[in-house]
Design a protein around this ligand. Structure first.
Ligand SMILES: *Cc1c(COP(=O)(O)O)cnc(C)c1O
Length: 463
């Protein structure tokens, strides 16, 4: 399998290369040259297999000959052995039509673990072969940082610099990053928003002063391997609920468009998906783009769901490429316009292509809170605010009653205890696997929000 850039200029890469690369050199994102289809029968045969085996089957066509089937199975077994639930991503029923797909049973309590536990092992695997070193630079709105740090802490060939917006991540999120004491882990709090942090990371990738000295890798969902790992649980859920004979709808709380893009990939691979519901909070650039064709960035409003407080959604470019005719040159021009003006119109082809699978809904803080209360009072389920945004969208969406609607539960409620308590009166406790998080000492540096400070800090502290 070869990977090509959404902007058409960068050289194509194989799976090992694309795993270690970040952004493509032309500023685009890597996508598979074509979608590998499963037959209906192949999908039927996946029913009832353990999660790690299902993961290997779904990933195999993307990995190509970069890993043997045995080695891939070895890695998926190791990655998913650290989850606290045997089913890895169990489904919980809410009512006749609605289910919750719990993606938070990994070490850091959010769905990011599902992909990053695998990505850490892939880094080790592909670096080990040619003795390279990788410096990961990432930006986090909270959950990517903790999941990535957990996945790479202590690895020999990988070092990580993680930027988070100061004061805009929850205390649990911050402590999950800053209390990991490993020589290869560096935490940076910047003055600014997540979008500011993400823009700096993009500049690092394109900065010759840095790339001449360090090999920079990505753990944000611009990394293809992350999305690949997320495709698996769409299959897992659909197979549980009667797929592939029955179509399933998914509602996905969305920020950077990574998780829901994985659903699009599952659909392209042949999984019968009725609809993908893109759920946003008041930072609703994706809702405006999908409902009106207007992709324009506003300013970020902090909400109870900080991991979705995003105005520029990196992975949306992958969708625009795929549904808009896969024309890299045209997309490069469109994205250059967006980078300059912070606004662009979707083409008709992009709008129609997206509309065949996607709808979108926006939840303000009241609706988020109401969805949390409904789930608790009517179904006895505590949901975190991100999941609640997904559930709000799922319940608003007008889906045929025969179609099960699965809301992706992207974080454990204990990761956002204040918001959960405000809405339900219940303060969720941290599960035992997080240990003495609040007793451990924190370590991080604070930097002003200027690019040069961040760059110099990385160059000065990289091993
Ligand atoms: C990262 C995250 C999201 C958004 O996921 P994207 O892939 O960026 O769309 C939603 N909820 C939680 C809890 C997250 O950590």
């Amino acid at each position: 399998m070869k990977y090509i850039s959404t902007r058409g200029q960068a050289q194509s890469l194989d799976f090992a290369q694309v795993t270690l690369a970040g952004l493509a050199s032309d500023g685009g994102l890597y996508v598979p040259e074509e979608w590998p289809p499963f037959t209906f029968g192949e999908i039927q045969d996946m029913r009832g297999v353990p999660y790690s085996e299902l993961a290997a089957r779904v990933m195999e066509p993307f990995v190509g000959d970069c890993l043997t089937p045995e080695r891939l199975r070895d890695l998926t077994a190791r990655a998913y052995s650290r989850f606290s639930h045997r089913a890895v991503t169990p489904l919980v029923q809410l009512d006749e039509q609605h289910w919750i797909l719990e993606l938070f049973h990994g070490p850091t309590l959010a769905f990011k673990d599902v992909a990053l536990q695998m990505l850490g092992l892939l880094f080790e695997e592909f670096l080990g072969e040619n003795d390279g070193k990788l410096t990961i630079v990432g930006a986090t709105s909270g959950d990517t940082g903790s999941a990535a740090i957990d996945a790479v802490a202590g690895l020999e060939n990988v070092e990580i610099f993680m930027l988070h917006p100061k004061g805009r991540v929850s205390e649990v999120q911050r402590r999950q990053m800053t209390t990991v004491r490993a020589p290869n882990v560096h935490n940076i709090a910047i003055d600014g928003s997540f979008d500011d942090a993400q823009a700096m990371v993009k500049r690092i990738f394109a900065d010759d002063n840095v790339t001449a000295k360090l090999r920079i890798g990505a753990v944000n969902s611009i990394n293809w391997a992350r999305l690949m790992a997320q495709v698996v649980y769409y299959f897992a859920a659909a197979l549980q609920l009667g797929g592939p004979e029955r179509k399933i709808a998914f509602s996905v709380p969305t920020g950077n468009f990574g998780d829901v893009f994985a659903g699009h990939v599952a659909s392209r691979m042949g999984l019968p998906i009725k609809r993908l519901i893109v759920a946003t909070n008041v930072n609703d650039i994706l809702h405006r783009a999908l409902s009106q064709g207007d992709y324009s960035a506003g300013t970020v409003t902090p909400t109870a769901a900080p991991s979705m407080d995003i105005q520029v959604s990196s992975n949306f470019e992958r969708l625009l490429f795929d549904v808009g005719g896969r024309d890299g040159a045209a997309l490069a021009q469109q994205m250059r316009g967006f980078d300059m003006q912070k606004t662009m119109r979707l083409t008709n082809a992009q709008r129609e292509g997206a509309a065949s699978l996607f709808t979108s809904t926006r939840a303000d803080e009241d609706k988020t809170s109401h969805a949390m209360r409904w789930a608790y009072e009517e179904c006895g389920q505590l949901l975190d605010p991100h999941t609640a945004i997904g559930l709000h969208a799922a319940r608003e969406a007008d889906v045929d009653p025969e179609v099960p609607v699965v809301t992706l539960a992207t974080a454990h409620p204990a990761k956002f205890p204040d918001a959960v308590e405000r809405s339900t009166g219940i303060r969720p406790g941290l599960p035992a696997r997080t240990g003495d998080l609040f007793a451990r000492e924190e370590s991080y540096v604070e930097l002003p929000g200027t690019y040069e400070d961040v760059r110099d800090h990385i160059l000065g502290n990289a091993a």
